[in-house]
Ligand binder design. Structure first.
Ligand code: F6P
Length: 544
């Protein structure tokens, strides 16, 4: 049953919501207090959402009718909820206490804890110079090679926790297969003092392997020592055989488990490059912050449950009010990689149209997630958000305390964040635009010429997520918050949030294109457009 189209109460409520102003909802006293919640050192103000208490109660009872609590417990206890790959989803165990690991994983907990300890030991040994390159020099740089979930979490962590980089190691990430990305990295690296970490759960990802081979060639050529790969390379993968055949020492291969999805894997040894930058203590704090959000999610009633509230309101906006997108606007330079990270976490998890049982869904699912750091977005896409007909729900994220000593800058940043959420909600009608022009001395002609150009639709709903400051714990809590929001939405949309078959066709066709580029007689299923493009590329290569 589709809650949003077949549920008559909700249908009426949605019609009402579409015809009211969010600002009018503040006529109800104490709206802000009733529509805000704190958890794991985060504070969520969702009072600027276009929803009333009664409507929210409908959603919560619907979630209860759909056994959400049981589904949450099922995930945490290791039920096979990734049904197409027959896997559990247990990235949360990686940040849980030892007792929980042993309770949920049984004997596998030992390997998980050994890996954790080994990872911490690698960090210590490298920082203390016990582990060096083949020339005996201490490592100065770390190069993490991976893409998707084997990249985004590290990238978010490195930029978000820049003030917590404490080991002195410079950590770089290499994801795109574009040679420009490779050569740009090599400009700054010295082979003798570079540690390489290949991250690939399957160890078959085309981009990662090609990049790794290029870096391997570079390092062997620079050092002229075949021991370099064994001594200066680690891998994080579930495919030990392929990692070994690449030339890695078995003891330098750290495991990934099937029950950890790539886009949820930062908490595993995938986080090694981040731990090498921020140190073991801060990496432990990152996991502790996520664990605090896990506990909140598992134990808090839905009406005070931050991930559940964000999920249900997100579905109200998506399926009830039919808003297609979600803007994630961190007003924080350090969180500039978060929108990209959430594009994978959200859209690769719930960007589906078939149920877990394989039936076509008759409702839409994941929104188009986009965003960039504020205030930059105000000089890019906020014009559309204010004056197009598209209503784009927005998540603002901001720290009360900045990490620089430029306090005036931070005040302006926060002021812009708060002002944008207010402007998106208030808008500006024609009368207000006219009055403003008159007050500024505009002539009657100017008023009639300009006023309509200055109107703004308003009524755009938003969340504002506050934290005291962007610490490892708060970052962990933010990432876990969105993981759980996505879990709740996927559960209620009845999709499998943990597979990603949609990436397969592109991979298959890229193999065909590559074959056609080297031999145009190979059989293919390409359109005349793609054939022409391939021919153009091939001709260009031959004329070069
Ligand atoms: O984007 C598709 C995907 O399979 C992601 O789910 C995954 O994080 C990424 O590619 C990299 O995969 P691997 O870690 O196996 O190299």
């Amino acid at each position: 049953m589709d809650f949003f189209t077949e549920n008559s109460i909700v249908k009426k409520a949605v019609v009402c919501a579409k015809n009211r102003s969010i600002i009018s909802l503040f006529d109800v006293p104490n709206r802000v207090d009733c529509f805000s919640v704190s958890a794991a050192e985060l504070y969520l103000d969702y009072s600027k959402q276009n929803i009333t208490k009664v409507e929210l109660e409908y959603l919560i009872s619907w979630a209860n009718d759909n056994a959400l609590a049981q589904k949450i417990n099922g995930m945490f206890s290791g039920e096979i909820i990734n049904n197409t790959e027959q896997r559990a989803v247990l990235h949360t165990v990686l940040r849980a206490p030892s007792s929980v690991k042993h309770q949920v994983l049984g004997k596998e907990a030992t390997e998980v804890e050994q890996t954790e300890q080994y990872m911490a030991q690698i960090v210590d040994d490298i920082c203390q110079g016990k582990l060096t390159g083949v020339t005996g020099e201490k490592f100065t740089d770390v190069l993490a090679i991976g893409i998707g979930g084997s990249y985004y979490g590290i990238k978010v962590g490195l930029s978000a926790l820049h003030p917590y980089h404490s080991t002195g190691l410079k950590v770089h990430v290499l994801a795109n297969v574009d040679g420009a990305a490779v050569t740009e990295k090599l400009e700054t690296l010295h082979a003798a003092t570079t540690l390489v970490v290949i991250i690939s759960k399957t160890f078959t990802t085309q981009e990662t392997l090609l990049n790794a081979k290029a870096i391997k060639r570079w390092m062997l050529a620079e050092l002229n020592d075949t021991n370099a790969i064994a001594k200066q390379w680690y891998a994080v993968s579930s495919n030990v055989e392929k990692a070994k055949s690449f030339g890695l020492n078995t003891e330098n291969i750290l495991p990934m488990w099937d029950w950890v999805g790539g886009r949820f894997s930062l908490w595993s040894a995938v986080g090694l490059p981040l731990a090498l930058a921020i140190g073991n203590k801060h990496f432990t704090e990152l996991k502790a912050g996520a664990y605090a959000m896990d506990q909140h999610f598992k134990t808090t009633s839905f009406d005070q449950n931050m991930p559940v509230l964000m999920a249900l309101i997100g579905m109200w906006n998506r399926n009830g009010l039919n808003y297609q997108s979600l803007a994630v606007l961190p007003y924080d330079h350090a969180l500039r990689a978060l929108p990209g990270y959430l594009q994978q976490t959200d859209m690769e998890s719930n960007g589906k149209s078939v149920s877990k049982q394989g039936e076509k869904l008759n409702w839409v699912t994941a929104p188009i997630v986009f965003g960039q750091e504020g205030t930059n977005g105000q000089h890019a896409f906020m014009q559309l958000m204010h004056q197009s007909d598209e209503i784009i729900p927005t998540d603002f994220i901001v720290a009360l305390q900045g990490t620089s000593d430029l306090n005036e800058h931070h005040k302006v940043l926060v002021a812009n964040c708060f002002a944008q959420s207010e402007a998106l909600m208030q808008g500006k009608n024609l009368t207000q635009a006219q009055d403003e022009l008159i007050a500024n001395g505009a002539s009657k002609e100017e008023v009639s010429r300009l006023a309509s150009h200055k109107t703004m639709k308003g009524n755009t709903p938003s969340n504002t997520l506050l934290m005291q400051s962007l610490t490892p714990k708060c970052l962990g809590a933010i990432l876990a918050l969105y993981e759980h929001k996505i879990f709740v939405q996927g559960s209620l949309w009845q999709v499998n949030s943990y597979d990603q078959w949609g990436v397969e066709l592109g991979k298959q066709l890229s193999e065909q294109v590559l074959a056609l580029m080297s031999d145009n007689s190979t059989s293919h299923q390409m359109s005349p457009s793609s054939v022409k493009l391939i021919e153009t590329f091939v001709q260009k290569q031959t004329t070069n």
